[in-house]
Design a protein around this ligand. Structure first.
Ligand code: NAI
Length: 345
């Protein structure tokens, strides 16, 4: 008799208990060596997760779930937590290891999508595309005639004379540099854990965070959210930036002090920003960014493409299944767990 396991999807991104998990059911249908009971139980808070995970051998989680130490200490059967995607800031990795729970994720599944999104934001801010579109819908073309500068409401700088600063020069940061180069941008990067030689090989100058903020016309963030990087751009850092500078964040909301950012944008100490990630998410209706002309917002959608989502859904489930089989998944995000749990290579 095949061993039977319960896999619970707590993410609300793809479906609920009754519909939306057809792709996952298809994957399960192809598994013959073990039996999987797949359950969709969208949950986010600690108590919801503890209830949803009571009988779960595996949890498939996304970004909004609060997988804290208390949750991990109250999942009696769970052997693996498989995270849809890249960032692991919502999972307490040490607590998972202490409780013998393997954490796996799928880095790299949407590198090119996020890089495309960041570059689209850079181009849209630089060319004032969204502002122009809003102005025209508002009747400005009819009102001002061909007076382009009146409609533009601000300067447009040639990209070939601009400097782009990349904070975090990993997979996505490097893909952004690759895409930015043909536009003639001078590229700086700050990443204390990356060899400067890697940057030099790409024609990118390795600099300190302060130098990057002082020199850049456009800053784009691509580091993970960790205790060290939380608030990496606070009031003091934003004040260092040029008043003509633009800021793009497709990494994680809490990397930036959003109150300080709103104040800087309001007072024109900063020219514009494009934010795919904020906090909390969704951004509350009263948030000041919704009414600022110099801000572009997207709903944490940088990861998205038809292909990337299909890939991440399949792989997240398959990686969880690997652990249930007693095998090592492609990535173990909390390697300390391997002292407690034996997984075949
Ligand atoms: P990665 O791990 O390949 O690169 C991250 C880089 O940041 C590494 O090179 C690391 O050394 C660097 N870093 C760490 N601490 C730093 C610090 N204090 N200052 C500067 N750099 C530092 O990760 P990848 O794949 O490039 O993803 C980056 C982030 O993008 C993820 O952690 C995730 O939060 C975010 N992301 C957002 C998505 C979205 O839909 N908006 C989708 C996928 C990822």
């Amino acid at each position: 008799m095949a061993q039977k396991f319960t896999v619970v999807v707590t993410s609300d991104r793809y479906g609920n208990e009754t519909e939306g998990l057809e792709l996952e059911q298809e994957v399960v249908g192809r598994i013959t060596d073990i039996e999987i009971d797949l359950q969709g139980r969208p949950s986010a808070s600690e108590d919801e997760l503890i209830a949803a995970g009571a009988d779960a051998d595996a949890l498939c989680v996304s970004t909004r779930e609060d997988v804290t130490r208390r949750v991990l200490e109250n999942l009696p059967r769970t052997k693996v937590i498989s995270r849809y995607g890249v960032g692991l800031d919502n999972v307490d990795l040490d607590a998972a290891a202490d409780n013998g729970i393997v954490v796996t994720h799928y880095p790299g599944y949407c590198t090119s999508e996020v890089a495309d999104h960041a570059l689209s934001m850079i181009l849209a801010l630089n060319r004032r595309l969204v502002e122009q579109d809003r102005a025209l819908r508002n009747g400005d073309w009819v009102k001002f005639g061909p007076a382009t500068r009146t409609i533009l409401r601000g300067p447009v700088w040639p990209l070939r004379e601009q400097t782009l600063g990349i904070i975090g020069y990993g997979r996505i940061g490097q893909s952004v540099a690759e895409r930015a180069r043909p536009f003639g941008l001078t590229i700086l990067a700050h990443d204390p854990y990356q060899e400067p030689a890697v940057m030099e090989a790409h024609g990118v100058e390795s600099v300190s965070l302060n130098e990057l903020l002082d020199r850049s016309d456009i800053v784009t963030i691509h580091c993970p959210l960790t205790p060290e990087t939380r608030g990496i751009l606070g009031a003091a850092e934003l004040a260092r930036m040029k008043p003509t500078a633009l800021l793009v964040n497709t990494a994680r909301g809490p990397l930036i002090d959003l109150k300080a950012l709103a104040a800087a944008l309001e007072s024109k100490a900063l020219a514009g920003a494009a934010l795919d990630v904020v906090y909390p998410e969704p951004l509350p209706a009263e948030a000041p960014f919704y009414t600022m002309d110099n801000v572009i917002l997207t709903p944490h959608s940088a990861y998205y493409s038809e292909k990337s989502v299909e890939l991440v859904r399949q792989e997240t489930l398959l990686e969880a299944i690997q652990v249930l089989r007693g095998k090592r998944p492609r990535t173990v995000a909390n390697p300390a767990v391997l002292e407690k749990v034996h997984l075949e290579a």
